[in-house]
Design a protein around this ligand. Sequence first.
Ligand code: GLP
Length: 250
Amino acid sequence: MRIYECADYSAMSRQAANIISAQVILEPQCVLGLATGSTPIGTYEQLVEWYKKGDLSFAGVRSVNLDEYRGLSAEHDQSYRYFMQTHLFDHVDIRRENTNVPNGMAEDPAAECARYDQIIRDLGGIDLQLLGMGHNGHIGFNEPTDYFPLGTHLVDLTQSTIEANKRFFASEADVPRQALTMGVGSIMSAKSVLVVVSGADKAAIVRSAFCGPITPQVPASILQLHPHVTLVGDRAALTEIRKEGVAVCG
Ligand code: GLP
């Protein structure tokens, strides 16, 4: 694993955007696995800025997003489809038909999960998967549990995730209780993985995910077994993992 420590959130965002843009420039038809949450917002802003300058194009890029809330439509301003449109897709030349987000309104979630896995297979898998991390170590919406789910599945959100995400909704009661998420198997099958972490509140989980035991109780810990993981964090998020004496690039 390669770890980049950045001075602050904006440096972290630029470094992550650099890695994504290198991928897109080297492989214009690549498949990007994309993430939501507050952490990657600055990364997307940077990519949009470079796109507007003419430094990169998403015209050939295909994308698959990690997850979507169950019961939220694409037009709902807290849906992850809406997030992707407003933070990235609407501002660059990616083709709408080349972007994929699970359908949170699907009447048959099992069929939607199977459809989504087929999309990932048809694309030939993911070249670069961007990930944030929940405070409990979740990746996508793979919550702590007693096994690592392989494919896309319906998940009951934990109270800690509902608490963490309620800031985006009018009240806690409005936070959906379920989501559709890509499985840990699909994430681990990506050729490379880019994890972004920011803030002191992530420091403890970053340490346990990357230096603690590999356990489905900390879903991100499975990334220790992935051969090409890059962790990009700001100084605050890396304070705990630093104590393990891991090698960090400046
Ligand atoms: C959500 C998303 C995750 C994301 C996590 C952390 O629950 N499903 O993909 O990594 O939030 O979000 P934040 O970056 O806001 O801390």
